[in-house]
Design a protein around this ligand. Structure first.
Ligand code: GDP
Length: 200
C-alpha cells in the first residue's frame, strides 16, 4: 500500500468536467485548517505537492491526483472558512454535493476531523449529510499528537465525544483512523485502509 507515484491530473471547475475514467477514487475533505494539506503531503511524502483551491474566495476546484496509476485521490475545497462570504459558503454546498451525488467511481470520502478541538457542528452536519445520502465515509482524525491544549480536552476525549454524537445518526459507525502529520501516526493504516476498500 505504498505510494510510489503521484501525478496531478486535472483541476475541474465543475463535477461534470472531472476525468472520464473508471479507476476508483477517494475524496478528501474537511474544514479549513483541519490539516488536509499536511496530511496529503505526509501520505505522499512530498513537501510541496501542488495544492490549489486552498484559500477562500479563490475558484473552487476539484483536484484529481492519480496514485500509482491505479486510483485517484481527489482534493475537494475545504468548508467552514470563518471569514468566507455567505455566497462562497452556499457555493460549496451545491458544488460539492453535485460531485458526491454523481461520481459513480467514488469509493469513499475521507472526512478529516480535527481531534484537537471539540466536535464542531459543521463537521457533524457534513457527516450526517453524507450518511443520509449513503455515501461511504471514513473519519480521519487529524492532529492526534496534540497534547497541549489551552482549554478543554485532549484528542482522545474529543474523538470519543464526536463518536457519541455520530452514533445517534448511523446504524453502523463508519470506520475511523487516528492520524498525525507530525509523528506519522496512522499513515500506513490509512493507506492500507484505502487499498482494502479498493479491492473489496
Ligand atoms: P489545511 O488548511 O486543512 O490544508 O491545513 P494545513 O495542513 O495547512 O494545517 C493547518 C495548521 O495545522 C498548520 O499550522 C499545521 O502546521 C497544523 N497541523 C496540520 N497537521 C497537524 C498535525 O498532525 N499535528 C499538529 N500538531 N499540527 C498540525
Amino acid at each position: 500500500s505504498r505510494i510510489k507515484d503521484v501525478q496531478f491530473v486535472k483541476s475541474s471547475p465543475r463535477p461534470k468536467e472531472c476525468p472520464k475514467d473508471d479507476r476508483p477514487e477517494f475524496a478528501i475533505l474537511g474544514r479549513s485548517n483541519v490539516g488536509k494539506s499536511s496530511l496529503i503531503n505526509s501520505l505522499v511524502r512530498k513537501k510541496e505537492l501542488a495544492l490549489t483551491s486552498k484559500k477562500p474566495g479563490k475558484t473552487q476546484l476539484i483536484n484529481h491526483f492519480l496514485v500509482n496509476k491505479s486510483w485517484y485521490l481527489v482534493d475537494l475545497p475545504g468548508y467552514g472558512f470563518a471569514k468566507a462570504p455567505e455566497a462562497a459558503k452556499t457555493d460549496w454546498s451545491s458544488f460539492t454535493k453535485g460531485y458526491f451525488l454523481n461520481r459513480s467511481t467514488l469509493v469513499a470520502v475521507l472526512l478529516l476531523i480535527d481531534a484537537s478541538v471539540p466536535p464542531q457542528r459543521i463537521d457533524l452536519d457534513c457527516a450526517n449529510w453524507l450518511g443520509r445520502n449513503n455515501i461511504p465515509i471514513t473519519f480521519v482524525f487529524t492532529k492526534c499528537d496534540k497534547m497541549k491544549v489551552a482549554k478543554g480536552k485532549i484528542p482522545d476525549e474529543n474523538i470519543k465525544d464526536f463518536q457519541e454524537i455520530i452514533k445517534q445518526n448511523y446504524k453502523q459507525h463508519p470506520p475511523w483512523i487516528m492520524t498525525s502529520s507530525v509523528t506519522g501516526l496512522g499513515r500506513d493504516e490509512l493507506l492500507l485502509h484505502v487499498s482494502q476498500l479498493r479491492n473489496y
